[in-house]
Ligand binder design. Structure first.
Ligand code: ZN
Length: 240
């Protein structure tokens, strides 16, 4: 079975469609979404609807819950707040209810998905170092955990100790547990502007980060045309 795990789409329809094409080519069986469907980009409705059609599991990101009023916008920076206010004015009540009802964490077979951390999913903290990874492995009930939120793909491997790895491919072994950050579909921040997501192949025992080119020009132009902060389009070209 092949699983695609993806998140942080942030209303970037061009990036999402490119990832879905890649998912199709890779003959993925099941799709799980790590949240932050909306915020920043210009196509919240199309992204919401396409993800709902395709993903079997969707957990809430901080932007999703902010749109539904569960999180205050005050913890966002200026650009995120402006984009959130614009998004709320675009989507309808049903979309808002849908976002507000998304669960924070889900377990499916041997894997768990959460937007930010397993320690306290509702706080939307980051897993960026070995210490934070260790705390999260303690709370993780499965051998594999997938997260997003930082928009930077990375892996933490736990055997006797905890090891950070930026490898694009990780081979699974008995006794090895993993926390994998899948990076971001719609607003990568690791200086690689290509859309980022992960495929987990449980027959081959491989987890692979995939990078997919998409029409950044178009996504940035739409951000401009929508009257959203131009910086949100410009950063897509840099991937940071
Ligand atoms: Zn995000």
């Amino acid at each position: 079975m092949k699983y695609a795990i993806f998140g942080d789409i942030h209303s970037n329809l061009e990036a999402l469609e490119a990832v879905f094409e890649d998912v199709e080519e890779q003959e993925v069986d099941r799709l799980f979404c790590l949240g932050d469907l909306v915020g920043y980009g210009a196509n919240p409705i199309e992204v919401l609807e396409r993800v709902r059609e395709r993903a079997e599991v969707i957990v809430a990101g901080n932007h999703d819950h902010a749109m539904a009023g569960i999180l205050p916008l005050s913890h966002f920076n200026e650009f995120a707040r402006e984009a959130a206010e614009w998004t709320v004015s675009e989507i309808n009540q049903e979309h808002i209810r849908f976002l507000g009802r998304l669960p924070l964490i889900e377990e499916i077979d041997d894997l768990s998905v959460v937007h930010a951390t397993f320690v306290s999913p509702y706080e939307f903290n980051y897993i960026m170092n070995d210490q934070q990874a260790a705390e999260n492995f303690e709370e993780l009930d499965t051998s594999l955990g997938f997260v997003g939120h930082s928009h930077v793909p990375m892996n933490f491997l736990e055997r006797d100790d905890i090891r950070y790895s930026a490898a694009q491919k990780v081979e699974l072994e008995d006794g090895l547990r993993l926390i994998v950050n899948t990076g971001s579909v719609g607003q990568p921040r690791d200086e690689d502007p290509r859309a980022s997501y992960v495929i987990y192949d449980d027959e081959k025992g491989v987890i692979e980060n995939r990078r997919v080119e998409y029409d950044i020009e178009m996504a940035a132009q739409k951000i401009k045309d929508a009257g959203l902060p131009a910086k949100l389009g410009e950063r897509l070209f840099k991937g940071k």
